[in-house]
Design a protein around this ligand. Structure first.
Ligand SMILES: *Cc1c(COP(=O)(O)O)cnc(C)c1O
Length: 283
């Protein structure tokens, strides 16, 4: 695989650089490509089944489905009960993942937690479980590869940024690049929750700077200021996702002033369904 390119973008009069991990693959891109890198490198006959669980709009789900398709592995994905509306959608991550061969299994809400925690009990050696959102120690290797690409670029920038869900990406990137500042911001939950998630994987290094959003945002809810940033970035020539990127860009604009290399975390396949929700809300 060749290195993902770096683009320049002007946002509110400031120049930013963007590492275009969104261009790696239509479905298996962004930080999900980096996080699944180690699994992608294992030989096809190491496993025959990948098991995961979580939300049905998840970017991780779609990326795992694309990986399993290319590896010839079965992919079983567990979720809580779905709405009929989502089941019948002909676009979005859920639809695309089914097209890639994902086998979806719904679990009753009241049994869900117990079921998920029992998954590891009856696992054979050909099956591999990826925890929700790809928050897995196996993600480290792919982020070291990203770090190497960044170090070898001719850019002299020493500040990086990438948004956090579980924080796995930002954490391993910061660990691999101690000579850089890595900015992130929580897009799911608050700073305390993010620190807890990261801390479960590895102690948080000093060069990882968590920016506290100036306002509390709920994950996956439409906000007019998010749409505004999305549109400005799109007009600048790059499409970003609507769930994570706007919060990161907003915090960068408000709380930093140096030159920053933004690591595009992918996820734009979820935009179709998110834009439909913005429209429904009249935004
Ligand atoms: C999954 C995802 C994230 C969050 O990544 P973590 O490693 O869980 O912090 C950020 N941006 C996009 C677009 C994603 O799909």
């Amino acid at each position: 695989m060749i290195y993902s390119p770096i683009s320049e973008i002007n946002l509110d009069g400031r120049i930013f650089y963007v590492k275009r991990d969104d261009l790696i693959d239509p479905f298996l891109a962004g930080n999900k490509y980096r996080k699944l890198y180690a699994l992608l490198q294992t030989s096809n006959n190491t496993y025959n089944r990948i098991i995961s669980y979580g939300g049905t709009q998840s970017n991780a789900m779609l990326a795992i489905a694309a990986m399993c398709k290319s590896k010839g592995w079965e992919f079983i994905y567990y979720t809580k009960k779905l709405s009929i509306f989502l089941k019948e959608q002909k676009d979005g991550n859920y639809f695309h993942a089914l097209c890639l061969g994902m086998q979806h299994v719904e679990i009753e809400e009241k049994n869900y937690k117990g079921f998920i925690s029992s998954l590891r009990f009856n696992l054979n050696e050909k099956s591999y479980i990826i925890d929700q959102g790809g928050a897995d120690k196996s993600a480290q290797e792919g982020l070291q590869v990203l770090a190497k690409e960044i170090k070898e670029s001719t850019l002299k920038i020493k500040s990086l940024a990438t948004p956090s869900g579980t924080g796995t990406t930002a954490l391993y990137l910061a660990l691999a690049l101690p000579e850089y500042k890595v900015y992130t911001t929580p897009c799911v939950g608050d700073v305390g929750y993010l620190r807890e998630q990261m801390g479960a994987l590895h102690p948080i290094p000093k060069n990882l700077i968590i920016l506290n959003p100036s306002k509390k945002y709920h994950f996956a809810k439409p906000y007019s200021e998010f749409l505004e940033i999305y549109k400005k970035l799109l007009a600048g020539g790059i499409e970003f996702d609507l769930l994570y990127a706007p919060g990161m860009w907003k915090s960068l604009l408000e709380q930093t002033n140096e030159e920053v290399l933004y690591i595009h975390s992918g996820g734009i396949t979820g935009n179709e369904s998110m834009l439909a929700r913005y429209k429904k809300k009249g935004l």
